[in-house]
Write a protein that binds this ligand. Structure first.
Ligand code: 5GP
Length: 190
């Protein structure tokens, strides 16, 4: 997606050789016009697929998923929670996820009320690195007996193993910008 790649090149900053910071349009301040273009692009990539729910993980995924949902008939967005919440019911699906950016394990949880076996789920997230967040969301969907239609990613780091791990699960991955390398502070796309 050319407009996204241009935005990454003009506003993204590289941390080390593996992390891209895009706080000016995706992870802190949000470019709503760009998110609408992202929503339209995901609609094209998953055209003619039945989708009943969008699943993501807090926090950065929520804003993206809510705009994307408007291109899929306003289906509900469910986000997995990362933090212990007293408001979360006892009945939850959960998965253990290793955080690439924080370098530690955490649990993601979703109430059993909001995903069920009739659901056809599109998973949406901001970044794909080693695939742990997406695999956790696939696990939660499958615990509920739901079908995972695909994983839609805004920025994939193609030099990490996320895509391979998700495809091994038999799930389609669509990424709007795939980065080949971040070495030497330079963003190179595939
Ligand atoms: P994974 O679970 O695929 O290893 O990592 C994906 C998650 O880690 C995403 O939800 C995202 O929040 C975070 N993440 C991974 N790599 C990056 C990165 O280069 N930049 C930013 N901003 N977040 C990242």
């Amino acid at each position: 997606m050319e407009v996204l790649k241009k935005k990454i090149l003009s506003q993204g900053t590289v941390i080390g050789s593996e992390i891209l910071k895009v706080d000016s349009f995706l992870n802190h301040q949000i470019d709503v016009k760009l998110l609408n273009e992202i929503g339209l692009e995901f609609k094209k990539r998953f055209a003619n697929q039945e989708i009943t729910k969008i699943l993501t993980v807090e926090a950065s995924g929520i804003g993206i998923a809510c705009i994307v949902a408007q291109y899929f008939n306003n289906v509900p967005v469910v986000f997995a929670k990362k933090h212990e919440a007293t408001t979360l019911d006892a009945g939850v699906y959960e998965a253990e996820v290793f955080s690439f950016t924080k370098n530690k394990n955490y649990k993601i949880k979703t109430s059993k009320k909001y995903i069920n076996k009739e659901d056809k789920i599109l998973i949406i997230d901001d970044f794909l690195a080693n695939g742990n967040a997406a695999l956790g969301l696939i696990s939660i969907s499958r615990q509920a007996g739901a079908d995972v239609v695909g994983v839609g990613i805004v920025i994939e780091k193609g030099f990490q193993k996320g895509r391979i791990c998700i495809e091994k699960e038999g799930v389609k991955v669509e990424s709007l910008a795939i980065i080949k390398s971040l070495k030497g502070n330079e963003v190179l796309f595939e």
